[in-house]
Every structure is written in C-alpha cells, then in structure tokens.
Design a binder for this molecule. Structure first.
Ligand SMILES: *[C@@H]1O[C@H](CO)[C@@H](O)[C@H](O)[C@H]1NC(C)=O
Ligand SMILES: *[C@@H]1O[C@H](CO)[C@@H](O)[C@H](O)[C@H]1NC(C)=O
Ligand SMILES: *[C@@H]1O[C@H](CO)[C@@H](O)[C@H](O)[C@H]1NC(C)=O
Ligand SMILES: *[C@@H]1O[C@H](CO)[C@@H](O)[C@H](O)[C@H]1NC(C)=O
Ligand SMILES: [Ca+2]
Ligand SMILES: [Ca+2]
Ligand SMILES: [Ca+2]
Length: 710
C-alpha cells in the first residue's frame, strides 16, 4: 500500500471523529469494572488457555503464558451502550513484576482499535525514556514519520489506550487529541519482584498515581485526557496488547477500571497496602490453610463460605455456586448444581522424572554428596564399599558424572563436604574390620582440595567408631564437625559421638564436646532464628531399635538436650522450611518385635516446630520401607520430599517415593521411582535443570534423574 493512501485514510478517520462527537454517548454506568474477573470467569466450563495460576509469597496471581484471545474481549461487553471512553476514571492494578529487561515494555492491559487494514497508520513508538522528570509527555510525533516506520507491519489494530510497564517507568498511553499518541510517564521501579497495588486516577485537571496507598504522585498535563475517545469496535487485551511482544511477564492479581472516580479513596488506607483490594477474582483469594497464619486482609471476603478445600467434594443443587479448590490438581472448580466445572487448573508442576544417567560404580555405595568446587564445577563424592577400588570423586559433565579421582577407603560408610574460607574439604569414614579384640581401620579422614594439584589430598585423620555420618556447620563463624559414632566392636552401641571444633592456631579439628548416643546414624544441624540445633538419629541401643533420638540446642558454647523423640532404628533426620514453618522428618528403619522378624513397613514421621510450645510436634506419618534417607527440595514454588526405601523384609528392589507438599494435606505421593537397595538421595541443579541422584548399597550403580517441569 502506498503512503498516499495511508494519509487519505487517516484523514478520513480524523474527520469522522471530529464531526460526530456530539451524537455519541459517554459511558454513564459508574460501577467498577473488574476486567480480570471478566476474562477469567467468562467461561467457567473449561480451562482457560493463555493463563496459569501461580502463587508468590503466599499470594495468588495469574501468569500470562501467551497473548491468547481468551484474554481479550470486545469493549462493548463491559462498556455497554456507549461509544466514548469515560473522561474521568481510575485503574486499580495489583501486580508483581520481575525485573523487566532494559528497553522492554510490557502491557498490563490495552484497549485496541478493531483490526483493520486501514487503521494501522499510527502506533505509539516503543521506546523507553531513561531520563526526565516524574512526568514527561512524549514527543508529539508527526503522522507521516510514524507512517513510514510502521509501513512494513501487518494489519494489527492501533492502540486507544494502554498501561505499560518498563524497567523504571509506568506509562499510560492513549490516543490524544487529533489522533496523536500521548504517553504519560511515571518514574519509579515497580518491577522489583514485590507485590504492588497501583491506582492511576485520571481526572479533569490532573493525573495521579498512588502506589501501595502511599502519597500519590500528581501531575498536571498541559493537555487533558480527551473527552471524545471513541471506542466502538475496540477490544480489551489483558496482560498484553494482543501480541507476543509486550506480553506481561509478571503476576496479576487485580485489574479494575473504575469509571468516574478515583478508587484510591475506596481502597486506601489499607492494612495491607501492597495488596489493597477493590475486586480480586475469587480463585485468586488465598485459601484458608489450616495452621497457617491468616492474613488479616483476607477475612473480609467471606472466603470460607465460597471456597472449600479438599480432595473430594460433593456438588448438588444446594451447593450451586460453591467453589472447590483441589490442592492435588491445583484446580478450582465451580458447582453448577449437578457437577463440577473447571474454573482454572494450574499446569505448572513437576511433570515427570526422566532417567538421565546410569552410572556404573566400582562397587556398592553407602553415601553420595554433591557439591561445587571452584574451577571444577559440580562434583560428587561417593562412599563405595569395596576396599580394593576405594571411593570416588566424580565430575559433572554434559553427559553426567564421570570418575575424576580415586580415594583410598575401606568400606566407606559416610562422607560430607564442607567449606572453610575458600577451601573445600571432604571427610570420609571407613568401617572397621574386626581382627580378634582389636578393630582396625576404624577412623575417618579429612581431605582438603588442592587447587594446585586439582585433587583431594589427605589433611587430618580422626579416630571414629563405625562412623555413620559426618555433619559440618558453623556457629559464630567457628567451624564444627559432628561425627555419628555408631558402635564400638560388634555390640557396644551406647558410646560417645563427638563434636570437633576447628582450631585456627593448630589448623586442625579438636574435640569440643562429647554426647552419649545409641547406635548413632545421622546428625542434622539447623538454625531457627537465633537458635542452633543439632539432632541425632539413634538407631539401636544393643537391645531395641525403639530408642529416643535427641534434639540438642546450642546454649552457652555447647549443646544441651532440647527434646527427645521416640524413633525406630532412626537413620536420618531432614530439616526443612516451608515459608515460616519449620519441619523435621525422621527416617525410621525397622522395629524389632521380641524374637520375631523385624517390621520394615513402618511409619516415618514429619514433625513441625510449634513456636509457642517450643517443641516439635507430630505433623504427618508416612509409611516407609526401611527408610534410610529423606531429601527435601523445592522446584519453583513447589516443595518435595523423596524417601529412600531400602528393604521391605523380602526384597531390596522397591520404589522410592517422591512426595509433593500440598499444604493442607501435608505431603502427598506423586512419583514412584524404582530403586535397588537405595542408600541415599541427593538433589542438585545445574544450568537451570534440576536432578536427583540415588546411590545403591546393593548394586554397583547410581542413577541420575532429571526433573521435568511442565
Ligand atoms: C581409579 O582406579 C581404577 C582401578 O580401581 C582405575 O581403573 C582408574 O583408572 C582410576 N581412575 C582415576 C581417575 O584415577
Ligand atoms: C562401650 O564403650 C565405651 C567406650 O569405649 C565404654 O566406656 C563402655 O564401658 C562400653 N560398654 C560396654 C557395655 O561394653
Ligand atoms: C556459661 O558458661 C560459663 C563458663 O562455662 C559460666 O561461667 C556461665 O555461668 C554460663 N552461663 C550460663 C547462662 O549458663
Ligand atoms: C502409620 O500412621 C498412621 C497415621 O498416624 C496410622 O493410621 C497407621 O496405623 C500407622 N502405620 C503403622 C504401620 O504404624
Ligand atoms: Ca546428616
Ligand atoms: Ca537426608
Ligand atoms: Ca541425602
């Protein structure tokens, strides 16, 4: 099309606007228009393409995965019986935007003219002004100049108005007088990965932006917002301007157009100004989760009556209109009187677990540790059983782990890496061979990574007793090592386990404290607020596996008993946090019943720290099969536990199970991973991908799984 025709069509368009203004109607319905709910609730019978529900900081929002047509609608559906956009209005938005790359613009919403070949002459220039005052009006651009710029583009409609976000600006863009695109700019970084509620109020003489109910930025533009902004045939696009370019990448929780008034007076002041709400789609309202701190701002919505939570809910005529949130599917469903219809299902979840590498090892493995060594990348150390080949240090390559260094061990049981300053250390325990009365080889070796030789070299030898675990930690910038001494000789299990402390002068670890343990199998150190804890897994006292495991607390320079918990051949403690909640999971190995066979299918238990009672209390029991390890990890905003099931009384070939945190219901099994004599699970990530590795105490192999997120 030639530029001549362009100009003619444009003039035609302008003249139409000029001559017919007086016969067109302004919108007179002054009710707030919840644009976000309108798109999300328009069709409750199916899953809406183009959006996903996500939660961040305990607050839900929608994420736009594409500029799908389901996120757009004709303006006449909401602005009924009128042709002109309200001349005074406000827009309320609650969003959370991540860092927007420089020069990128993302649209919170836009109102676009109908797509017509002829109407493509003017489009606002997509550029970021990085200088200027709080308010700048963009250069008025010549129609002809723009025309040239846009000539190559296809038949997209042009913008009537839109709200767009750049790295350090909020832009309100609209078609001003004479069809010139105007751009009012508010400075300030909103893309800071925090929730914010903005109220943009456009009035006769002024424009005001209120962020999080703080004092507004007010500007007085030289030209007012037009009173004759023609909208017939236009479409709203939520989270975009109808194209991939400019798609909003953050989360949106609220988007309301309030004709005729400044909505900041309706929502401010607020007890939670960053989430001040005028109208939020119902399924984005946080759901009541038992035991969780309730956010005061949520209580006013009568949420409890509207949404029920659980795995199975009835739907009948009486419950028509009831919403049901299914935490397993992360879906929200609406009861239509006969059955549930889908409102929204969240699809961002762990999709499947892919076998990535089967690593043949020199012998069976009791323990794996994955860590970073600068200059080497990701490495794994594995405690192998065989004395002939010893243990191995592996390096992560594009295909998986490859043997990098042999380490001389005999019946290695446990290993742990730790850092002091820029140095990396590795401590490995050996199992004793009984030679009459004296047991030999009952010691652990600390290795230090030599940057020069690019190898682990022997650093210090410590006397240990069938050490089953090493734990490294720091308190007040001092480094400590705790060893779990399992037994002396064949049957003496009630012995001291030892806490060592690094001595800067002698450059070695020295005994700091001894704690009496019963067949100790694991130490776990963790910190909650200002308090340091160390918990031991006591497995066996020589008579029974039903013994107390002990949580110690650091007081005045040493560990003192904080709480005891009855365990059954405890082999591992795993501490993890979900939000502000603190959990401690024990892996129980087996229960002895008199002279009968041991029971391997027993519960392992997750405890939660009760901050008021200052005690760990039972949170969830999970049936396990001679569990020897729990591994906690998070992917995005989901939390997982994987258990190492090692033996069911008959076979070592059985499934380890991956559980996902479902809030209200605790952990729910989601994946079954076949393992042989599983001895340890470790989670790690590399180059944005997430992996799990398991080691086998019964076969000469380890397996790496890749976690695919959908
Ligand atoms: C480790 O030892 C095995 C023999 O047990 C040998 O075949 C292999 O080459 C050694 N690897 C390295 C990296 O030293
Ligand atoms: C177990 O070993 C400890 C430390 O060597 C010793 O003090 C204790 O007497 C032993 N107990 C038994 C029952 O042999
Ligand atoms: C801390 O330990 C020191 C020395 O062992 C002792 O004098 C002091 O009374 C202890 N303080 C408390 C609060 O127990
Ligand atoms: C495991 O715990 C659950 C719930 O506490 C209980 O119902 C079940 O009987 C326990 N199973 C075993 C084998 O102890
Ligand atoms: Ca440990
Ligand atoms: Ca563990
Ligand atoms: Ca582990």
């Amino acid at each position: 099309m030639s530029s001549l025709i362009f100009v003619q069509l444009l003039l035609l368009g302008l003249s139409v606007i000029d001559t017919t203004t007086d016969t067109w109607r302004h919108c007179t319905d002054l009710l707030p228009l919840d644009l976000l709910s309108f798109v999300l609730e328009r069709d409750t019978s199916r899953l809406l393409p183009g959006v996903q529900m996500r939660q961040s900081g305990g607050v839900r929002g929608v994420h736009f995965s594409s500029p799908h047509t389901s996120m757009s609608f004709s303006s006449s559906q909401l602005l009924v019986n009128c042709d002109l956009f309200p001349k005074e209005f406000s827009i309320v938005v609650t969003l959370k935007a991540t860092q927007i790359v420089p020069k990128r613009n993302e649209y919170i919403f836009s109102l676009m003219e109908a797509k017509k070949e002829e109407k493509r002459a003017v489009e606002e220039k997509e550029e970021e002004d990085d200088k200027g005052n709080i308010f700048e009006r963009s250069k008025e651009r010549g129609v002809s100049g723009e025309r040239e710029k846009k000539q190559g583009k296809n038949n997209e409609g042009r913008m009537i108005l839109g709200l767009r976000l750049s790295r350090k600006r909020l832009h309100f863009v609209f078609k001003g007088h004479g069809g010139v695109i105007e751009n009012w700019v508010f400075r300030g970084t909103l893309a800071d990965n925090q929730w914010h509620t903005l109220v943009l109020a456009v009035g006769g003489q002024h424009v005001r932006l209120t962020v999080d109910c703080s004092s507004p930025q007010e500007i007085t533009p030289s030209r007012h917002f037009p009173s004759d902004l023609y909208i017939q045939g236009s479409r709203f696009h939520i989270g975009s301007r109808g194209k991939w370019k400019g798609l909003f990448s953050g989360l949106m929780r609220q988007l309301v157009l309030v004709p005729g008034s400044d909505a900041s007076h309706q929502i401010c002041p607020s007890s939670n100004p960053q989430l001040a709400a005028l109208s939020v789609p119902p399924f984005l309202l946080d759901l009541p989760v038992i035991g969780r701190e309730t956010n005061s701002h949520l209580t006013s919505y009568g949420l409890e009556e509207r949404v029920s939570v659980g795995l199975e809910q009835p739907c009948s005529e009486l419950l028509r209109g009831q919403l049901w949130f299914n935490p397993l599917r992360k879906g929200l469903y609406l009861c239509d009187g006969r059955g549930w219809t889908t409102v929204l299902e969240d699809h961002k979840r762990l999709d499947y677990v892919l076998e990535h590498q089967v690593l043949t090892t020199s012998s069976e493995t009791h323990d794996v540790e994955v860590f970073q060594v600068s200059g080497m990348g990701l490495m794994a150390a594995m405690a192998h059983r065989s004395t002939a080949s010893g243990s191995g240090v592996y390096q992560w390559t594009h295909t998986g782990f490859e043997l990098y260094q042999n380490i001389s061990t005999q019946g290695a049981l446990a290993l742990r890496h730790f850092n002091m300053g820029k140095n990396v250390f590795l401590v490995v325990s050996n199992s004793p061979t009984n030679n009459g009365f004296k047991s030999e080889g009952d010691f652990s070796v600390i290795y230090k990574w030599s940057k020069r030789r690019k190898q682990f070299v022997k650093f210090q030898i410590l006397q240990t007793h069938c050490a089953r675990d090493w734990e490294a930690f720091t308190i007040k910038r001092q480094t400590y090592l705790a060893v779990a001494n399992h037994r002396i000789g064949n049957n003496n299990h009630t012995i001291d386990s030892v806490i060592y402390k690094w001595n800067r002068l002698t450059k070695s670890f020295e005994v700091h404290q001894k704690l009496l343990t019963s067949g100790a199998y694991d130490w776990e150190f963790f910190t909650v607020g200002p308090y340091h804890f160390l918990v031991v897994a006591n497995a066996f006292d020589g008579v029974t596996t039903s013994v107390d495991s002990v949580i110690y607390i650091w007081l005045n320079g040493s560990f003192q008993v904080f709480q005891t918990i009855k365990t059954f051949c405890a082999t591992d403690w795993e501490m993890f946090q979900i939000g502000s909640r603190v959990f401690l999971a024990v892996a129980n190995g087996h229960r002895l019943y008199g002279n009968g066979p041991s029971r391997y299918a027993i519960n392992s238990t997750i405890y939660e720290l009760d901050m008021n009672g200052q005690l760990f209390v039972r949170f969830q029991d999970i049936l396990t099969y001679s569990a020897v390890d729990w591994e906690f990890f998070s992917l995005g905003e989901e939390y997982f536990l994987v258990v190492a099931n090692s033996f069911n009384g008959e076979s070592y070939s059985l499934n380890s199970i991956l559980y996902r945190w479902q809030g209200y219901e605790g952990f729910v099994p989601v994946h079954w991973l076949p393992t042989i004599g599983c001895s340890d699970w470790e989670f790690f990530s590399s180059k944005g991908e997430s992996y799990l590795i398991y080691s086998s105490a019964k076969a000469s192999l380890s397996k790496v799984f890749k976690l695919k997120i959908y």
